[in-house]
Design a protein around this ligand. Sequence first.
Ligand SMILES: Nc1ncnc2c1ncn2[C@@H]1O[C@H](COP(=O)(O)OP(=O)(O)OP(=O)(O)O)[C@@H](O)[C@H]1O
Length: 263
Amino acid sequence: MPPDPFPGDPPEIRAAGVSKSFPGGVVALAPLDLTIAAGRTTALVGPSGCGKSTLLRLIAGLEVPSAGRITIGGVDPAVMRRDGAIAVAFQDPALLPWRTVRGNIALACKLARRPIDPARIERLIALVGLDGFGDTRPAALSGGMRQRAAIVRAMITEPRVLLLDEPFGAVDELTRRQLALDLPQLWQPRGTTTLLVTHSVDEAVLLADRVLVLSPRPARIVADIPVALPWPRPAETTTAPRFHAIADRVSAALAQGMARVAR
Ligand SMILES: Nc1ncnc2c1ncn2[C@@H]1O[C@H](COP(=O)(O)OP(=O)(O)OP(=O)(O)O)[C@@H](O)[C@H]1O
């Protein structure tokens, strides 16, 4: 295994004055300052089209800001990604159609120059409920199954930074709930710096240590809500009064952000 290019503590993500405009004049992000805590999970919630995916793509080094700068552990995101330190699972799973589920996952290891551990691949495939589909090609999977394969592909390399954009969007409600309970076991104890975009308030509170609520486009941070619930978080977490109190705060902040724009 090659030496970790970024040894030491998990990296912190910083955005300073970051904005993004697209040709045609769409301002997806107005200048935004943001610090994402190292080794923790931060959830981004906000109305559709406010710029969440754009922000994630900038942090992933897949887009370049129109102004401002993003650094991850002081390093440019594109450099981190090139060295396999960032993994992403986006709404569109983008699996290679000619490779099987197992082949897609193994390729991620190869590209990140990590060893291929067949037993770990099988464990993760089973964890996301894809047991028996390792030899299947993406075209023969449902949208939700493809998303689950993409989550395994993102996590198999044990990245320093994990970026998840609505990773359970096409998954049925029951599986989604199970994934939200199971998957943090993979990144939370390792101290992976994780950023999750979700439309589900409950999912944000269950998975994150902190929830950032964004306003409609161009996004501003309208609330920064800590989630002081202990890890690990079993299913009973979602029935605790504390969980509901935090979820209510997030929902209220979302509504407030919308109302401010409507006025
Ligand atoms: N490549 C692009 N070219 C032009 N406009 C874009 C591009 N990508 C995003 N946009 C625009 O930027 C804005 C923010 O889009 P983005 O996908 O970041 O929002 P979002 O908050 O992730 O939305 P959703 O929750 O619906 O996925 C939208 O108005 C979108 O149309």
